[in-house]
Design a protein around this ligand. Sequence first.
Ligand code: ATP
Ligand code: MG
Length: 434
Amino acid sequence: MRNRTYTADAEPGRTVTVAGWVHEIRDLGGIAFLILRDKTGRIQIKFEKDEMDDELVETGLGVHRESVVTVTGDVEEEPRAPTGVEIVPESIEVLAEAAPDLPLDPSGKVDAELSTRLDNRTLDLRKEEVKAIFEIRAEVLRAVREQFRSIGCTEINTPKIVATGTEGGTELFPITYFGREAFMNQSPQLFKQLMIGSGLERVFEIGPIFRAEEHNTPRHLNEATSIDFESAFIDQREAMDACESVVRAAYEAVADNCAEELETLGLADEFEVPEDDFPRISYEEAIERINATGELDEQLVWGDDLSTEAERALGDDVGGHYFITDWPSEIKPFYIKDHDADPQLSTGFDMMHPRMELVSGGQREHRYEKLVEGFEQQGLDPDSFEYYTKMFKYGMPPHAGWGLGGERLVMTMLDLPNIREAVLFPRDRQRLSP
Ligand code: ATP
Ligand code: MG
C-alpha cells in the first residue's frame, strides 16, 4: 500500500489512509468508535451515526474484532481520544474478516495460558507486551552483530546437519541423511575453531543449536539460538573482555533504542545497563562463597559441578553479571585448554547472570597431540573427528572463544519467567508445532 500512513504518523489537518486490525468497537449510541491498531500503535475512528452515510457506519461498526481494515479520512485533534487525534472516516474497506470466536484475546483482557498463547502465536503477538519482547530481541541481535563487526569479526554460517556431536552424546538428535545416520548440530564449536586456522582469524555466528535436553525446564529449549565468538591469537581473558563488551552493547542498544518497549513491559525505571566490569571469580572461590552462604544442604567440594541451587546462591551473593574462571579440567570439554602450570585446572569460564549461566568459553587446545589425547580421555573416538583434528597439523594458532545463549540473554535482560517467552515458536519435549 503505497499511500498508507502509520497510525503514529497521522497528524491533524491531513487526510490519510490507515490500515490495521480492529482492536475494539465502542458503541455509545449516537456516536461510536472503532479503535484501529497497527505496528506503531492505535488510533480512534469516530462515527457520528446521524451525520454519516449508513453504509459506511454499518461497515465500520458491523465488522468483527481483529478483522483487517483500511480507513481513509481526515485526521482531527481530539483531546479526549487516547492519542489526542481521531479520524473522521470517508471510506472503509474490510480486507480480511476475522471469525467472531478467537482462540485468544489479543486485547489482553482475558488471560491465556502459555500453551494457548504459543499455539496461537500470531494472535499472541498482536499484544503490545509480547510484541515488545520480539522488538527488543531483534535490537539485541542487531547490536550484537554491530559490536562483533566493530571488534573485527567476520560473520559465518556453519552446517546444522553434522556427522558427529561434540557436547555429549545423550543430547543429540539423530536424523537420517540419505540412509546414513546424522545429527542436528549441538554447537558450532568445531566449525568455528576450524575458521581460526583459516584466513578469517576472528569470527562470530548467530544460529540455531539443537539439544535433546532430558527435562523441560524454564531455561532450556531443544532448539536455541547460539551467539558464538572465536578468535585467533587471544587467550581466555581477552575472550572474556569480548564477551563483556558484546553483552554490554546489547544492553546499551536496548536502553537507547527501545524506550517504548521497556515502558510497555513495565521496565522503564528498573532497566539498567551493567556499568561495572563483571567480577572474575575463580571456581575455587566460587565454591567457597557458595558454601559460606549456607544455602545448600550439602557442602560443595572441589570437582563438583554447580547445581542450579548453587548458581542461584552465588548469583544472589554477587548481585550482577560475573565470570566463574579456572574450572577443574575434568568437568570442561576436551577442546578447552588446561593451564600450563596445573593441568588439573582449565582455562574454561562461564559468564553468569544472577539467575543462570549465559555463556561458556575458554582458551582452546591448539596443540595437535594434546587435542587428540583429550578426545581419548573424554571417551570420544578421534578418528571420527579427523576432519577437525587434522587441521591442527597445518598451522592452528592459539585461540579462544565462547558461546552465549541468545534466548537466555533476552530472558534475563527482561526478567522473563520462562525462556519460551523469548522464542516465537519454542521447541520443547512436547512442542513440535507450530
Ligand atoms: P546448562 O548447564 O545451563 O544446561 P550448558 O553448559 O549445557 O548449559 P553450553 O554447552 O555451555 O550449555 O552452551 C553455551 C550456552 O548456550 C549456555 O551457557 C546457554 O546460554 C546456551 N544454551 C545451551 N543449551 C541451551 C538450551 N538447551 N536452551 C537454551 N540455551 C542453551
Ligand atoms: Mg556451559
